[in-house]
Design a protein around this ligand. Sequence first.
Ligand code: ADP
Length: 460
Amino acid sequence: MKTQRLGRVSLWVQLVFAVGLAIAVAVGSVAYLFHRAVSEQYASQIRGQVRSEVGPLGGYLASVAVVDPSALQSFAAELASREGARIVLFNGTTQNSQNKVVDTDPSQSWPPPSGFLSFPLTLRGTTLTGYFVIPDPVTSYLRQYDAALARTLLLPSLIGFLVGLGIILLLTRRIVRPLSSMTNAARRVGAGELSLRVPEVGPPEVAALALEFNTMASRLAESQELRQALVADVAHELRTPLTVVRGYLEAIRDHLVEADSNTINTIFDETIHLQDLVNDLQDLAQADAQELRLEFGSVDLRQLLASARAEFSLEAQNKGVELQVTVPTARLLVIIGDARRLAQVLHNLLGNALRYTPAGGRIQLMAAAAGNVARIEVRDTGTGISPEDLPFIFDRFYRVDKSRARGTGGSGLGLTIARRIIEAHHGTIEVGSELGAGTTFTIDLPMQAEAKADNEPPVA
Ligand code: ADP
């Protein structure tokens, strides 16, 4: 609550207050320490001095008391007025008013009030006990000393405060300026001005904050662009099959086209394409929300590759592409993973390989184990991917051939989803390609996955 309230006071005021306080504490402690050192030193010195001056007085008083007791009062009064002190003598050692023989200032109380010091007098040869009472010289001396000290310290502390104030002004300008420009920028970025950036200036911490702010704004802008592109791409992807379906249905309705099996198959293919797209989008949305549901279990990679071969061998044969599958027989190739999702990845990679490999080409599907890593490779002798396109092919909706007809490819989401699935297995997927020579996708998966066999979805 208190810090919250303090948080509302501007940094400038807080710093000025802090400097004022620091100077006050510094000056105060210097003054206190000086005061203490001086009072200890001078008190003993002054008291010693007074004691040595008072010594002979006792001797005089004792002789008068012995020789002429009646003159004791006037002698004491004269001594007292000369020394600016009060002299009190008692009969015997008991100090009460009945025993008081001499008091040069009876208006004062006994024992002496505070602020006065009493020094015992040595009155040898008599029964008297005497005291020499003076105002405490240390107190009055210290009062004067403290006033001088305060006067001396006033100017340096004022100068210190002003210098501190100046430094704070400069410092706060260096800190507060970029901070308020960042606050302003944050407000504008929040309102949608995502291209706004702040200068990365000021002390290192503030500059680092500005850098992080700019990075955040860039990421926001990127994700905004990505979202807009995604919506546009989705609309575009949906439009084409829908137009085909609608066109055919209108033609059938107007009796322009026969609803024969050919027409129905075309419409059916388009709806399958639409469904695939929607499934891909759903997978992607789940991966984005880190909710890609994986059902972990033992996956025999040999079996996985055999199923993939069975799925694509006919298609490869029809296209005149050789499909080679190589798995080592010596070692068991079992990992912990989601067999259905891994098959989906292979389906995507083999589908692409087949799509971009012309007749006469070859596709190799290989699995091997190296240490604790199982490696799967999909290698083709197809068109290859140019170095400019290669870094982006895992991006959503990225297609090398932007104007590619729908019939020649998928949604452009396949590799994005594949990467997400492999990452959810704590693995990696890399690509290498040479234009005109072919492309190789390499997947590395940990053989001993962490205890995930309880169907717990991993952090994607
Ligand atoms: P799509 O569904 O369009 O195939 P992918 O995400 O699977 O989308 O692939 C993205 C792009 O990467 C493809 O459009 C294609 O241009 C390129 N690509 C993927 N695999 C290959 C390959 N084996 N050979 C050549 N280009 C490929």
